[in-house]
Ligand binder design. Structure first.
Ligand code: BTN
Length: 253
């Protein structure tokens, strides 16, 4: 038992030893009508998925691999805001459990010392112009030691254990993330994106800096001005033209 502090999120938990992807299972559960707040958690993923069709390394017993089903009554274009809501929840939970202050790199990377500690994947099911469900996948590197990482990940990924020197209780971390997420999600539904935006900006590393946005259409170089009220990144190129970036990988210069 997780001993949850939440009213809705996680009241319905599917706990699995090993799955291909919690995201895939949550998507199926949501199609089958699972209620809002249903959570899928696994000890290991054999085909964890990241953004842009990348693989997400999810070794056994060391991380938090979970997917949360939300059913907000929102327009589909608002769904990316939930990624930012989740990022703030994760950062607040990490801050409360460790002495670390993580940073957020737009849109969804949570970093410590420039290396990735958490990734968030938001997937949407919509009918006509209404959201049916949003599946929020959260992958947190918690108790991995350096040796656990394949060579190619060593320079880009880290874990809470590596950074803090301590093992963390993963159940406690899950409880806290769900509690923070429920609180911020309620705040978002009641007051809109503005209060979340302010919190998010207080953790954001890229704002005000020169960045390269790598997109399917090509790269764009310029200054990250901030995010719009919809959570879209504003980038000013060297000619002074402002671009709105909906989806990209950001590289800090
Ligand atoms: C990213 O940074 O690219 C997003 C990574 C998201 C990983 C999580 S782990 C739980 C859930 N299940 C998946 O297959 N992916 C997400």
């Amino acid at each position: 038992r997780l001993g949850l502090m939440t009213k809705r999120l996680g009241q319905n938990i599917h706990y699995e030893e090993s799955v291909d992807s919690t995201q895939k299972i949550a998507l199926q559960l949501s199609l089958d009508g699972a209620p809002e707040g249903t959570v899928v958690i696994a000890e290991e993923q054999t085909r964890g998925r990241g953004r842009m069709a990348r693989a997400w390394f999810s070794p056994k017993y060391t991380g938090v691999w979970m997917s949360v089903i939300l059913r907000p009554n929102l327009l589909p274009q608002k769904a990316p805001q939930l990624t930012l809501v989740t990022a703030v929840a994760v950062v607040q939970a990490i801050e409360e459990l460790t002495s670390i202050k993580p940073e957020i790199k737009w849109p969804n990377d949570i970093l410590i010392n420039g290396k990735k500690i958490t990734g968030i994947l938001t997937e949407l099911q919509a009918e006509s112009d209404r959201i049916n469900s949003v599946i929020i996948g959260i992958g947190m590197n918690v108790n991995q030691e350096l040796e656990a990482y394949p060579e190619e990940l060593l320079t880009i990924a880290t874990s809470l254990r590596i950074e803090s020197g301590n093992r963390l209780n993963r159940a406690e971390l899950i409880r806290l993330v769900l509690a923070k997420l429920e609180h911020l999600y309620d705040l978002y539904l009641q007051e809109g994106f503005q209060p979340i935006k302010l919190l998010w900006e207080s953790y954001a590393v890229s704002i005000g800096k020169m960045i390269t946005a790598r997109m399917v259409q090509g790269d764009l170089y310029g200054k990250a001005l901030g995010i719009t009220g919809d959570g879209v990144l504003m980038l000013e190129d060297e000619a002074g033209k402002v671009h709105f970036v909906y989806s990209a990988d950001i590289e800090l210069q």
